[in-house]
Write a protein that binds this ligand. Sequence first.
Ligand code: MIG
Length: 670
Amino acid sequence: MNADGIKKYVFGTPFETKAVVNDVGVSADNIPYLTLRDDNRLVLYTMGESDKVYGLGEAVRGINKRGWIYETYCTDDPMHTETKRSLYGAHPFMIVDGKETFGVFVDSPARVTFNIGYTRVNEIVIIVHSPDYKLYIIEGETPNEIVKKFRHLIGKSYIAPFWSFGFQQSRWSYYTSGAVQDVIDNYRDNGFPLDAVYLDIDYMEGYKDFTISGERFPDFKEFVETTRKNNIHLVPIIDAGVKIEEGYDVYEEGRDNGCFCKDENGNDFVAAVWPGKVCFPDFLNEKASEWFGMKYKRLIDAGIDGFWNDMNEPAIFYSENRLETAIEKISAYKGKNIGVSEFFGMKDIVLGLSNSQEDYSAMYHNVNGEMICHNNVHNLYGSSMTRSAADAFKKIAPDKNILMFSRASYIGMHRCSGIWMGDNQSWWSHIKLNLQMLPSLNMVGFMYTGADMVGFGDHCTEELALRWLALGIFNPLMRNHSSAGTRDQEFYRFENRDAFRNLLRLRYALIPYLYSEYVKSIENDDLMFKPLSFVFRGDRYAEAVEDQLMVGECIMIAPVYEPNAIGRSVYVPEDMFAVRFRSAENYTVAPYAKGHHFVDIPNDEVVVFIRKDKALPFVAPADCTVNLDLDTIRFIGEKGTAFEYTLCKEVGVKNGEAVIEKKKITCKID
Ligand code: MIG
C-alpha cells in the first residue's frame, strides 16, 4: 500500500504523538470534504441521509458510529452504558462512508470531540480542544481500502505470542499462590484447556509495583517455574502509580532522579490510587521512561513473560489538593439546615474528585526540559507507559516475545501492545458491545484485544457465561476476568461442565485458524474482524448488520446475546455453509442460502458460517497451546470445495518479535 490518497495538514505546533510512522508531506491542496472554522479547531461535514460512520476504536454503541457524540479522552469509567462519550482508549480516526467516502485522523493527544449526527442528524462536528494538531484525510474507494491506507500510515501492529491465543483465567484477585494453584488444578482436573492465570494487584506487597508479597506468594520464582512446567503462564498486573513510601526503592529512585510528574510548583504531583498516595512516573520524559521500563526486569528474571498495564489513563481516585478543598466546602455546611440542592451538590463534590480534568491540568511533564501540562497530552500517558515497557523488553529479553496489553491507549501503541476492553459488566448488552468493538479496534490498529469474558463487574449467570464463551472463542485475547465482590465465574464453577469443556476445546481446535488470520491481517494492514458492510458492498441488509462479523478470510459469526433465546435471526449475505459445533469432534453441516434465516442455537452449541468457496481449518484440541498438533489439521466445508489455505506458525523470536513461518495447504473436500 502506498501513501496515495493521504493528505496531511498541520495546525500550530503539534506535540509529537508517534502515532504515524510512514508519514507523508504536508499537502498543498485545499482540504477536501471538510470545512474548517474557528481558528481551524472546528471541523464540519454534512452527511448524506444514509451515510455511515466507522472507527473511533474503543467506544460505546454500534459499529456504525452515527447518532452519538464521542470524545477521545482516556477515562477510567467502569460503567460502559450507551450514553458514555469516552472509555480508556483515545482513537481519533473515523471513516465516512456514503455520498463521499473518506477517512479523518485528528492526530492530537488532547481531547477531541466527535459529534456525529448527535446535535443535528446530518452534521458531523469535530472539535479539537487544542490549536496544535495534525489532520489527515484518507481517500479511497471503500472503507476497507481506507483502513488499509490508515494502518499503513500508523505501522504494523504488535504480534502477541502464540500461547496468548490460549484461554486465560483471571480474577481480582487470586490472593495466594495456593489460590492460583487451585484454579489451575480445577481447570486441568476438569479437562478444560488453559494457558494462563492472571495476578491482579494483591500479588504485590501493599500495591507497590515490582514487589511480590512474600507472605502470599513465597518462593515466587519457584512458583512461576512450576506453573510454567505445567504449561501455564502467570501474568501480573502493573499499575501506573508508584506508592509513596520511604524505603521503597522504586519510589526513592523515582523521587531522587526527578522521574515523576510535577505539580505547578515543581514538586512531585501527588494523588491517591490503590496504594494510597502515589506519584506518577513521567513517561513522556525519556530518562524516566527508560528507568521505569527496566523495572519489569525483576519480574522477567523471575520467569514472567506476560504483563497487563492498568490504571494508566492515569486513573486518579483523588488528589491531595482537591480533597482538601472538597472537605472545606462540605464542612461549611456543618450544623446548617441544608437544602436538597446543597445535598446533591455535596454528592457531586465527592464524586467529582475522581479522574478530574482539574487534576490533569495541575500535573506536568518534563519533555526535554520544557514543562508540558498533562491535560494537553493526556491521551498519551497509558501508551507511553506501555511503550516504556516494550522498549525495555527488547533490552531485557530479546529472545522472548512478551505478552503485553494495556488499559489506556492512543494510536501508535498498537505497534507494541494489545489492549483489553476494560471494566465491562456481566450484562447481556456487553456481549454485543464486545462484538461491536472488535472491528472498530481493528480499524485503529489494535488486533490483540478482547473483553473481560462473562463480564468484570456485576454478577453473572451460567447462561450468560455460556453465551459469552461462544463469542469469546473468537477473541484473540480470550480471558475470563471478574471483579472482587462478584459471583465466582471460573468455568468449572457452573453445572453444565460438559458444555463449557466442549466450547473451550473448540477454541483450541480453532486457534491455528484464528492465529493465522490474526497474523495475516496484521501483515496486510487489514481487519481480522470485518463488519458485513465492508465485504458485501451495496447489499442494504448486509450494510445494516450490527451483530454479526466476518472473522478472517473464511467465516462469519452470529452469536446469541440475549437471555432465554432459542436461537437468533441471521442475515446470510451470500450462499454459505454452516457448521453446527456441539464440540470439536461432534458437528453437522448444512447449506444456508443467501437471505434472512432464523437459526436455532442452543446455548451449548456454536454455529459458524463458512463463506462460499472457502473452508474452515481446524485441528485436534489440546489442554494448552504447546500441545496443539498442526499436523492434525482438517477442513470443514461444502463437498467439492477446492481451497488453498495459508497457515501461520510462530517458529521463534527475533529481537523480541515473533518469527512466523507460512505454509500453504491445499485442501479438497470430498
Ligand atoms: O480500580 O486491579 O480494569 O481489570 O481487576 C480497579 C483491580 C483497578 C481495574 C482493572 C481491572 C482490575 C482492577 N483494576
